[in-house]
Design a protein around this ligand. Structure first.
Ligand code: PLP
Length: 409
């Protein structure tokens, strides 16, 4: 039972489950979204939970959209299914300059309702009932539900716990004749890992050797710290016909609410993904597409400002955690804005830990179990919130822990 469902059952509300498809009844709303729902009922909570950057959408993007709304009568209408042609061209230019990818804006790019719709459509397109999809784990919670929705079988391959590196040999051992795809996400939500190029190249070799798709979730492609380099499998020509890459404007341009992203893959694949996109969305919201266009064509300092601010918050969170070394271990994030902390309290599962922290200390975190079976005994925190929120959350957590919440009186 999901958290939300247990909360509703406790409140006496009943559920209709008869007639609900197996596909849907077996999936859950991710705990990332459920914890804030519970918190809204509890009240007075401060969040280290969902990955929402505190920054407002940059003013030049907002202004461009306001102008478009006033001056362009097309702005309230559907666009072509794959999106505004000028936006697809801007995306193709961006992919060429930033990622070294030559993408055909007419045949290989589709603008989607965030990376989320791109991922769902991609997975529904290639995964059949019983197909296995490898998820290096802990993994972004929604990748699990997307595979299950397609009636596929998630195959969890633990990351190396001491470094959060990919376990390439583990991935090799997990491959079977039913392996259809692997979902990669680099920089990585939830661990903050920035996977080394050599590991990613080896995974790509496995995909070619064993003929499976690589679905590359590029949501955080801009967000690595300490001037580290970032490698993406999207640059590998050998993956050309088996790669589906999904991108997001949400975090890079502080546009989580605009719901716009895109998918890049070869023409034959995109034709198929487009059918799912049409059935689910028709097109991405038109105004949001204009916002995405302004984001790509406008000044890019906002991206480096976000990165610099988040690196400062990462350091702040690590400092606060170092003071709590009796309670937590962690690996310093090298990208994205998440950290998985392992709590040193035996016999307490991650849901119990996160729910107690929420109810007793009013701090929202995400239980590690939401990120697959290897997430147990871990709690994910996001440092997307502003400095004051982060300090307040840690002050509360420190007070809560000093009261020994899991020891019987
Ligand atoms: C790894 C990952 N993929 C996809 C998404 C969804 O991105 P979007 O807001 O573009 O749908 C998120 C959002 O947090 C994410 O962390």
């Amino acid at each position: 039972m999901t958290f939300l469902r247990s909360a509703l059952v406790a409140s006496g509300k009943t559920y209709r489950t008869r007639g609900i498809s197996h596909r849907v009844s077996q999936i859950n709303i991710s705990a990332i979204k459920e914890m804030p729902l519970i918190a809204a009922k509890v009240g007075g909570c401060v969040s280290l939970g969902q990955g929402i950057p505190s920054f407002p959408t940059p003013p030049h993007i907002v202004e461009a959209v306001c102008r478009t709304m006033k001056e362009n009568p097309q702005s309230g209408k559907y666009t072509l299914g794959p999106g505004l042609p000028e936006l697809r061209e801007a995306v193709a230019r961006h992919l060429r300059v930033q990622c070294g990818i030559e993408a055909d804006p007419e045949r290989e790019i589709c603008i989607t309702v965030g990376a989320m719709e791109a991922l769902s459509a991609a997975i529904l397109t290639v995964v059949e009932r019983g197909d296995e999809v490898i998820l290096p784990s802990p993994n972004y919670a929604s990748h699990i539900e997307q595979v299950l929705l397609a009636e596929g079988v998630p195959v969890f391959v633990p990351l190396d716990e001491s470094s959060w590196r990919l376990d390439v040999e583990g991935i090799r051992r997990a491959i079977t004749p039913r392996t259809k795809a692997i979902v990669l996400c680099n920089p990585h939500n939830p661990t903050g890992a920035n996977f080394p190029e050599e590991d990613l190249r080896k995974v790509a070799e496995l995909a070619v050797e064993h003929d499976f798709f690589v679905i590359s979730d590029e949501t955080y492609d801009f967000l690595v710290y300490d001037n580290e380099s970032h490698f993406s499998v999207t640059s590998l020509p050998e993956l050309r016909d088996r790669l589906i890459a999904t991108y997001s404007f949400s975090k890079k341009y502080a546009m989580t609410g605009w719901r716009v992203g895109y998918v890049y893959c070869s023409e034959g694949l995109l034709d198929q993904i487009m059918k799912v996109h049409d059935a689910m969305a028709i097109c991405a919201p038109t105004l949001s597409q204009f916002a995405a266009l302004a984001a790509l064509e406008g000044p890019q300092e906002c991206v480096s400002e976000i990165r610099t601010a988040l690196q400062g918050r990462r350091d702040m969170v690590c400092e606060r955690l170092d003071r709590l070394e009796d309670y937590f271990d962690y690996i310093k994030p090298r990208g994205a804005y998440y950290l998985m902390m392992r709590y040193k309290i035996p016999g307490v599962d991650s849901m119990t830990f996160a729910l107690r922290l929420l109810h007793d200390a009013r701090v929202i975190t995400i239980p590690g179990a939401a990120f697959g079976p290897t997430g147990e005994n871990l709690i994910r925190i996001s440092f997307g919130g502003n400095e004051a929120e982060i300090h307040e959350a840690f002050d509360r957590m420190e007070r809560w822990l000093s009261g020994h919440p899991f020891e019987s009186p």
